[in-house]
Design a protein around this ligand. Sequence first.
Ligand code: ZN
Ligand code: ZN
Length: 314
Amino acid sequence: MAGEKKRFTVKFRGVRGSHPVPGADTVRIGGNTSCVEVHAGSHLIILDAGTGIVSLGNDLMKDHYSSGGDINGRSRITFTILFSHTHHDHTQGFAFFKPAYLPTSTCYLYGPRLAEEEVEDGLSKAMVSPYFPVQLSDLSSLRSIRSLRESETILYRDSENGPKIVNFYRDNHAAEPCDVKIRVMRSFAHPNGGVFVYRIEMNGKSLVYATDTEGYVGGDQRLIHFATGADLLIHDSQYMHKDYIRKNEVYVQGFGHSSVDMAADVAAQANVGNLALYHYDPQYGDSTVLEMEKRAQSIYKKSIAAYEGLEIEL
Ligand SMILES: [Zn+2]
Ligand SMILES: [Zn+2]
């Protein structure tokens, strides 16, 4: 509606890296793996499908049935999932995301082509028999699954349900009318082909999602350029800096994850509105994550440790 502020909200559904960690020591920060729910105007955009996506699916189903469900066709769930990559901690919740099973749902699933494999093949393998009882192709929803290229941009219009993908360089994207725009950057700082970093923009506000990425000497300048001026930067923060240097008996440099110092350094150089630390090592309990938050704030004041259920309005 004209003059009415459109919703641009972020809700963290899972903030852990590697594997879920339920238990008394993770109650405050949460134990589910990577998933962030974004509402940009009327569009639901989900960043990664770790186990955090399961609770989002359950909430969507509640709304779906309370508004009539499939019977009268009044409620139809449409969503986009942007996969950073197809490692388990970013896909393992998808098979338990109930809206994907509904014949009235429409899913747009996008991510990088990795290790010579399209994103659809990667998702299919995550649900392959005999390791899972339902195949990706068995799901009743309408699905559009596509690998993206770094040269592509995703555009949404409020008047249309689904997104449109254009070539950032070749198509006259600037002239495309759109309400939400998503740009893609490939980071090579993660094993086996890297990850996609996404920048979601609406009404002059923006959010950058940079998980599973490791820092470089002087900061990852491509990422800093890509994230410049974002209102919110969600950045991989797997390790305390001392553990990044040496974690117990293990050297973790090159594993494709950042220390909290690296995340804060990117935020400072990119001059973002706020930094949300994300994708914590599963061995870290609540107190360690809160220590990370303090450490981040000592480098970049506007830092917060993301936790399950945290909502931010842009
Ligand atoms: Zn991960
Ligand atoms: Zn990964």
